[in-house]
Design a binder for this molecule. Structure first.
Ligand SMILES: Cc1cc2nc3c(=O)[nH]c(=O)nc-3n(C[C@H](O)[C@H](O)[C@H](O)COP(=O)(O)OP(=O)(O)OC[C@H]3O[C@@H](n4cnc5c(N)ncnc54)[C@H](O)[C@@H]3O)c2cc1C
Length: 454
């Protein structure tokens, strides 16, 4: 076990994944670890948006650096935005809090019908002046409409100027009817802990006033491409859990990520990895071999470069700016113009980062600024790949909503003839556009159709 250790590079020997380069988060010591195979279980990249429901430590570094060593990155544009989070409350926030999906079983989502009512106390807005927009638009699913649909619907009413709370970026999740019908005791039994969390963060008692919620980045469906054995295109590199692109593919409208993680780790890998290892026994390279020395030198050079910049801007200011840019242009909905702008702005921001970021401290010590700087540097490259993927996928598909492609009712309009495929991107070298591989999707039993939640 190597706790508090960060993987900073993948080592490939003769085309096979044979080890990793790590840095101790406590001492800064760089080490090479050789093995017969490598398994990445390093989670999703939601924090590329700066604000997300993910733990602060989640990042793209392991998968992105594996991508730069030849692993294909699939469908990076697909991000799940969860509709039920506590809205952003200020500029200094570094994390968003998820309120469980289960709340929508009993809570009713609404905003005022008129913009002019949005600053009123909710109790003063009569029923006739409320828009229970999910129930109105999706009568059969109502407040339980899937995550991407509910999130976009919330954005839509807030874009119309009917959002509530600070900045108008919130909608009500109201339990008044459920309390009247079932009694406060039942609601407390079902959701008491969540109401407590909500009160701790907002200071409001959701038994008395409706909760305010807004969508937030929650889960990333893209990840390293893997086959059914969970091996990437690089022999010996296995990728499990949220770090890979598989199973929940394009949408993950509400399916279980934890089940995927468990299935990957408990059932699939224990069968597929030994098959691979059988042919690899005795083929563990020396960590002193040139491939390891080369990768280690690359890691050291990158750290040195970051520490030498000694610029004037904080790491977080770059991360925050990147996050906002992505949220606006590659978030809940995207369009060609915005994506093209983002593809222009991201390299400019990256250039500024490498010229002007301030990374205090040294490399041979506990240095969280250095850790963050490395991760933000990777986010600044990866964000470009996300936007390229979103631009190339010239259709709407589940969580990837291109505003140009919608049905007359405003729902996602796919183009199955041209885009029913996994998009897997291959790194071609710094400054070169990545190469796109399309893996066609074939549906034999359940055929593709237009989603409808009416
Ligand atoms: C608030 C919240 C609630 C959720 N609720 C549900 C739910 O109810 N149901 C459900 O199915 N899913 C839920 N999810 C999603 C689910 O929890 C995640 O998809 C799942 O935990 C991912 O598991 P994982 O093991 O792949 O990655 P993670 O649990 O993210 O673990 C990745 C680990 O790798 C480490 N790591 C990252 N990079 C490196 C590196 N370079 N070197 C070394 N270590 C590294 C990270 O620190 C982390 O410890 C929720 C997610 C969140 C954030």
């Amino acid at each position: 076990m190597f706790p508090q250790t960060e993987m900073l590079d993948l080592v490939i020997v003769d085309g096979y994944a044979k080890g990793i380069i790590t840095r101790s988060l406590r001492s800064g010591k760089i080490d090479a670890h050789a093995a017969e195979a490598v398994v990445l279980a390093t989670g999703g990249y939601g924090n590329v948006f700066y604000l997300s429901t993910n733990a602060r430590g989640c990042n793209v570094t392991a998968t992105y650096r594996a991508y730069k060593r030849g692993a294909l990155f699939a469908d990076p544009a697909f991000t799940q935005i969860h509709p039920t989070c506590i809205p952003v409350s200020g500029e200094h926030q570094s994390k968003l809090t998820l309120m469980s999906e289960s709340l929508r079983n009993d809570g009713r989502v609404w905003v005022p019908k008129r913009q002019g009512d949005r600053d009123k106390v909710p109790g003063e807005i009569p029923e006739a002046d409320r828009d229970y927009y999910l129930e109105r638009k999706y009568p059969s699913y109502g407040n339980l409409a899937p995550r991407d649909i509910s999130s976009r619907a919330a954005k839509e009413v807030c874009d119309e100027g009917r959002g509530v709370g600070p900045g108008g970026r919130g909608v009500y999740l109201d339990f008044a009817d459920a309390i009247k019908r079932l009694g406060e005791h039942t609601i407390r039994e079902r959701y008491g802990n969540l109401f407590e969390v909500y009160e701790k963060i907002t200071g409001e008692d959701a038994y008395k006033v409706p909760m305010r919620i807004y969508p937030a980045v929650h889960y990333t469906m893209g990840g390293l491409w893997v086959d059914y054995d969970l091996m990437s295109n690089v022999p010996g590199l296995f990728v499990i859990g949220e770090a890979n692109f598989s199973d929940h593919g394009a949408n993950r409208l509400g399916a279980s990520a934890l089940m995927q993680g468990l299935a990957d780790g408990y059932f699939i890998l224990p069968n597929t990895l030994p098959n691979y290892l059988a042919a690899q026994m005795g083929k563990r390279p020396s960590p002193d071999s040139p491939e390891f020395r080369g990768a280690e030198a690359d890691v050291r050079a990158r750290i040195e470069k970051l520490l030498k910049i000694n610029g004037s801007r904080s790491i977080d200011s770059f991360h925050r700016e990147l996050g906002l840019l992505l949220w606006d242009k590659c978030g809940m909905s995207r369009h060609e113009k915005g994506l093209r702008e983002a593809l222009q702005e991201i390299p400019e921001l990256r250039e500024q980062f490498w010229r002007d970021v301030r990374v205090p401290g040294s490399d041979e010590d506990f240095n969280q600024s250095l850790e963050r700087a490395g991760r933000v540097a990777d986010f600044l490259e990866f964000a470009e790949l996300m936007c390229m993927d979103a631009l190339e996928r010239d259709e709407s598909c589940g969580a990837h909503f291109r505003e140009e492609h919608q049905t007359p009712e405003g729902e996602a309009l796919r183009d199955d003839e041209n885009h029913a495929a996994v998009f897997a991107w291959e790194f071609q070298g710094a400054g070169q556009p990545p190469r796109l591989h399309r893996e066609p999707l074939h549906f034999e039993t359940v055929h593709l159709t237009q989603r409808s939640y009416k």
